[in-house]
Design a protein around this ligand. Structure first.
Ligand SMILES: N[C@@H](CCC(=O)N[C@@H](CS)C(=O)NCC(=O)O)C(=O)O
Length: 220
C-alpha cells in the first residue's frame, strides 16, 4: 500500500488548493492505485521532525512510501507512479522521453517564473521595485506560456492525444498563478479547464478538502 505524505490540519490561506501533494493524489486517483494519506501538521512543525527528515531530505511535502520505497519530489513521484501502473505515460522510449520533457518544462521552466509572480501578488515581496519585477516576470512567463500554447495546437494534451502525468504537472503549475497571466493564451485556458473537469481531479479535491477540514469547493 502506498502512503502519501501530505498536508493536514491547517495551511496558510494562500497555499490552499496549491500544495504539491495535490499532484500526487491526482496521479494516484487517475491510476486507481490504493493509497492512504499521512496528513502532516505544517504549523505544528511536523515537517521539521527527525522522523520526517528521514523521509524528506528537504523537510517538504509531498513524499511517498511504497512498501518501504521512499520517494520525494512531485515530478519524480508522478513519473514513478505512472511507470509502476503502466499508464499516464507511454511504454516506448521516445514516448516516455516526450512526456518526461514536458514534465521538466512545467517544473523547471514555467513554475519558477510563475512562482515569482505569485509571490509578488501574495504580498510576500513588497519593496518599491516589485511591480517592475512583476512585469519582467510576466513577459518571461509569456515566452514559456506561448511555447506551451503552440504545443497544444492540434491536440488536446501536452504530449499528444492522451492525458499523461505531464498534464497533471502543468495544470497544477498553472493553478498557482493569477488567471490573468494565462488569459492571453486561449488554448491553455481551455486546456486547464479540460484537465480540471476530470473525475479524478474532482475526487482529489474532495479528499483534500476533507483532510484539511475545508468547506466543499474551498480548494477548487
Ligand atoms: N520541488 C519540490 C518542492 C516541494 C515543496 O515546495 N513543498 C512545499 C509545499 S507545496 C513544502 O513542503 N513547503 C513547506 C516548507 O518548505 O517548509 C516538489 O516538487 O516536490
Amino acid at each position: 500500500m502506498i502512503t502519501l505524505y501530505g498536508f493536514g490540519r491547517q495551511l496558510p490561506e494562500l497555499a490552499i488548493g496549491h500544495t504539491r501533494d495535490l499532484r500526487v493524489s491526482w496521479a494516484l486517483e487517475e491510476l486507481g492505485l490504493p493509497y492512504r494519506v499521512r496528513a502532516l501538521d505544517l504549523q505544528g512543525g511536523e515537517l521539521r521532525s527527525e522522523a520526517y527528515t528521514r523521509i524528506s531530505p528537504f523537510q517538504q511535502v509531498p513524499a511517498i512510501d511504497d512498501d518501504g520505497f521512499v520517494l520525494t519530489e512531485s515530478g519524480a513521484i508522478v513519473l514513478y507512479l505512472a511507470e509502476k501502473a503502466g499508464r499516464l505515460i507511454p511504454a516506448e522510449t521516445r514516448g516516455r522521453a516526450e512526456v518526461t520533457r514536458w514534465c521538466f518544462a512545467a517544473l523547471t521552466t514555467l513554475e519558477p517564473t510563475l512562482m515569482q509572480i505569485a509571490f509578488i501578488d501574495a504580498g510576500v515581496e513588497t519593496d518599491a521595485d516589485a511591480p517592475q519585477r512583476r512585469s519582467v516576470y510576466v513577459e518571461r512567463a509569456g515566452r514559456w506560456l506561448g511555447g506551451m500554447e503552440r504545443q497544444l495546437f492540434g491536440h488536446p494534451y501536452l504530449a499528444g492525444e492522451d492525458f499523461t502525468v505531464a498534464d497533471i504537472l502543468l495544470t497544477t503549475v498553472l493553478r498557482g498563478v493569477d488567471a490573468g497571466v494565462v488569459a492571453p493564451f486561449p488554448r491553455l485556458v481551455e486546456y486547464r479547464r479540460r484537465c480540471e473537469t476530470r473525475a479524478a481531479w474532482q475526487r482529489t479535491l474532495e479528499e483534500y478538502e476533507r483532510r484539511l477540514n475545508l468547506a466543499p469547493g474551498r480548494a477548487h
